[in-house]
Design a protein around this ligand. Structure first.
Ligand code: TYM
Length: 329
């Protein structure tokens, strides 16, 4: 049966291979059977300071990458979070149902706020807005990487809390987290997540990195001591990470990869991985540039927002009625 699927990515810098494997690839897969909502979450991006010109550019870039990766805007709803005002309004309402202690326990907040002199309140209530994003479409499934799991658990608690206090209303969503690739690690440290906010660009593959840069970054990627291409994240985190990337971009299983490189050293494996990545990302980059120069994005985003708004407005009206807000007339 067709389910409702929702997810979002922040326009806060260049998207990485982690975003692609952990999230976008699954968006493309899920749209074949389900009713999908894929947002660019600009309201979340401003929970840390953003330069206005960069925010505009990154917002358009993420939307274009969605389409370039294969999200079909006729089948799926693709839009900017800020174009559907109901997100902010339900976000506030959900914030009032969220306990401070719940937000204090969020590891993403702890990571992002640690060592900072001043932390914006928006960063703290970020998970309540994320819950609103999901609940406002009564999404059944939320495709995300491993790092968002805790936010999904909170969303489920908040949906249950609302339903308990005001009557059954929200769908309690399920996370959709891939078995391989849910946590792509940094290329310079197999114990850290690959992230666009890492100051070392050699630690991540950006989806728009030119082919030669991709090859170079893979050839320089840190590898574990030892020689064998074996998948064992506990003892060989770095080679295991590269194998996951290889598997996700080639369609081969981890076992097939291990068999292919049995008895070989890392060099040949890394060289081939560079080519696998170029073969995956080069066509995506071509499409990306076509989409950007076509000027079609504005209309696509407007149409996606309009369809999303119709659904979101109905849910919000139901929420307000149940909570006792006076209707307009
Ligand atoms: P964001 O923008 O940090 O990341 C977008 C998606 O990419 C996944 N991801 C990864 N997956 C595997 N390996 C990695 N190294 C890696 N890095 C990032 C993330 O898990 C995520 O799925 N809070 C969300 C945005 C959001 C959202 C939502 C998501 C706002 N509202 C509603 C789902 C539903 C975030 O910051 O993602």
């Amino acid at each position: 049966m067709a389910k409702k699927v929702l997810s979002g990515i922040q326009p806060s810098g260049s998207l990485t291979l982690g975003n692609y494997i952990g999230a976008i690839k699954n968006f493309v897969k899920l749209q074949e059977e389900h009713e999908c909502y894929f947002m660019v979450v600009d309201l979340h991006a401003i929970t840390v300071s953003q330069d206005p010109a960069a925010l505009r550019e990154n917002s358009e870039s993420v939307a274009a990458l969605y389409l370039a990766a294969g999200i079909d805007p006729v089948v799926s709803n693709v839009y900017m979070q800020s174009h559907v005002q109901q997100h902010a309004e339900l976000g506030w309402i959900i914030t009032t149902l969220t306990a401070m202690g719940e937000l204090e326990r969020m590891t993403q907040f702890k990571d992002k706020s640690s060592g900072k002199d001043s932390v914006g309140a928006g960063l703290f209530v970020y998970p309540s807005l994320m819950a609103a994003d999901i609940l406002i479409y009564n999404a059944d499934l939320v495709p995300v990487g491993e790092d968002q799991k805790q936010h999904l658990e909170l969303t489920r608690d908040l949906a249950g809390r609302f339903n308990h206090r005001f009557g059954e209303f929200f769908t309690v969503p399920e996370p959709y987290i891939p078995e391989v690739g849910a946590r792509i690690m940094s290329l310079d440290d197999g114990t850290k997540k690959m992230s666009k906010s890492n100051p070392n660009p050699g630690s991540y593959i950006a989806l728009l990195d030119p082919p030669d840069v991709i090859r170079k970054k893979i050839s320089r990627a840190t590898t574990d001591s030892g020689r064998e291409v074996i998948f064992d994240p506990a003892t060989k985190p770095e080679i295991s990470n590269l194998m996951s990337i290889y598997a996700e971009c080639s369609g081969m299983t981890l076992q097939q990869i291990a068999d292919r490189y049995e008895g070989q050293m890392y060099g040949g494996f890394k060289k081939d991985l560079g080519e696998v990545l170029v073969a995956t990302l080069e066509p995506l980059q071509q499409k990306y540039h076509e989409i950007r120069s076509s000027g079609a994005l504005t209309d696509i985003l407007a149409e996606g927002a309009e369809r999303a708004r119709n659904v979101a407005a109905q849910t919000l009206a139901g929420v307000k009625e149940r909570m006792g807000f006076l209707p307009l007339r």
